[in-house]
Design a binder for this molecule. Sequence first.
Ligand code: ITT
Length: 194
Amino acid sequence: MKIVFATSNPHKLKELKEIANSFGAENIEFVLPPDGFDPVEDGETFEANSLIKAKEANRLTGLPALADDSGLCVEALNGAPGIHSARYADTPQARIDKLLNVLKPYDNRKAKFVCYMTLVGENGEILFKDKGECLGSISKTQAGVNGFGYDPIFLVDGKNGLTMAELSEEEKNLISHRGNALRKVLEFIKNNKR
Ligand code: ITT
């Protein structure tokens, strides 16, 4: 089956394909939305924004569509940057620098990555939605070059002080918010034989 993955973020697509392959979902072909895909993400939650993206990709293609709305939620900042993670500052490095700076006065560094996925069918109807999380904390300095976004400052719980960017792709996908969310979607698809 063909599913359009409602994203403009190439890092998400790469991870999605790797997670799907290791799940054994070779029967699913993920394609990207056409040029002009630029949904207005004006929802107030990850859930709302993932539905907006999935519906827009479905509208443009007539295909079933899957969207990932994700971000980093920091406890001491009441969940910020949260749904604004992609727009917290102008570049990935500026976003990291800003967060490290804002968090300087705080002892509580607890944080989590959240990924909300929504799958809509050919007619735009919601087939499945669920979320995945990955718990950790924000480091004081950045480390590692793998992954993307905030990975170099996210210390993964249970990984002996390693940041997400110091894990291999396979290790990240096994424990990441995206991996945890996508495996639920793939289970749903498998059980519903679509
Ligand atoms: P699309 O909306 O086109 O899918 P986007 O990057 O704008 O791409 P989001 O609105 O969902 O996507 O914002 C997600 C942001 O959260 C992303 O740009 C990163 O800054 C951060 N993020 C999400 N998952 C991450 C991960 O696995 N590692 C590091 N940062 C992540």
